[in-house]
Ligand binder design. Sequence first.
Ligand SMILES: [Fe+2]
Length: 406
Amino acid sequence: MSTGITETLFNAQTMMDTCQETLIAFGYDALDQLSAHIMLKEYQTILLVMGGESVHRCGAFHAFLQSPLFGKLDLNMPRFENVPPEPDTDCVRRIVACLDTEKPDAVIAVGGGSVMDAAKAAYLSWQTGMDIDRLFGREAATSAFPGRTFRRILAVPTTAGTGSEVTCYANIIDAGTGVKKLIADPAIIPELAAVEPMFTVSAPQNLTRVTAFDALVHAVESLLNFRGCEAHPAVVQWALQATRMIVSALPKVLRVPEDQEERAELSAAATLAGMAIRFSPTSLPHLLSFSFCGKAPHGAAVAALLPHFWKFYLREEPVRKQTMLLSGVFPGSTPEEVIGSYEKWIESCGGTVHPGELTGTGTEWIDKLAEDAAQNPVKLESAPRKIRADECRTVFHDVLDHVWTK
Ligand SMILES: [Fe+2]
């Protein structure tokens, strides 16, 4: 870190240092730390998995190659480029074919959540020989190969939002059905995350906004998941810290995109929120957001869905208590007022809390949300207020009909 580190960032980094499964290298020397790690592990052939033009625009690739330590390494570095936003199973299979050809010692994913997710899924598919279709769900590979240790990717995030650099999740679209599916397996938690906030400075305003919304909703959903917080008490501090940082930094970054200090806060917050959902997962807002794929950015969808399911969860007393932990960030003397403050804040940042405005559809579309969500009973049953698959249609209409549009 630079000598100008703020107390907030210092606290955040102290929390990141406690991440046990991923080594987090944060700040201006993140790539040097990544290079040192590669040297230590004696990796020789490294497959770089990258997105499209944005990787070059943000300077990540250039910085990566120019990193002083990296220049001393004599590496073979084949590339798989142009991973699209919302990668599908065919894209993952193409990366697997590339892995088969190159047989690398390590994989580095440089990009946003889509790139990291595709690389995580492909690396596991290649090592297990399991087609991507068989990896969906909870711990498919870990269960199929008990006791086996898998190699995990090295992640260089270029957006501040997904937290994929520290999570056991990968979202991939089923090319056959067009449905977004989830892999949740500790075998894909990145080995190292090199988080350099400077890579996010060139992000367009809307990308900055929706990725920050995504990270914020990760933090809030993990906090509302009171069972997850009970099982892993550290989640509460990570989620609160991430929420505070995003609510403070995002409005400033939207005004002054090149503000490095505030960009650093957003990057740190996104990683902390990723740590939080690793142990205290998201539920209904994220589950329903899968159906918004292709219609609205993921972060915009979860931000719009959150307040309505948050109110639905309030019928559970522990959720009311967890909500009041956020009253310092979203002012309010009751949980309902805290949620009202959240809604005002989202709108003040240019977002919406009316999901129908994102899809351009009427409330009949809620039937599709229910149909899609019913296919994921695990996520329904793990929600702070549990619902059954056969209740989705009624509950979703009750929750969303009156707020679907303004
Ligand atoms: Fe998300």
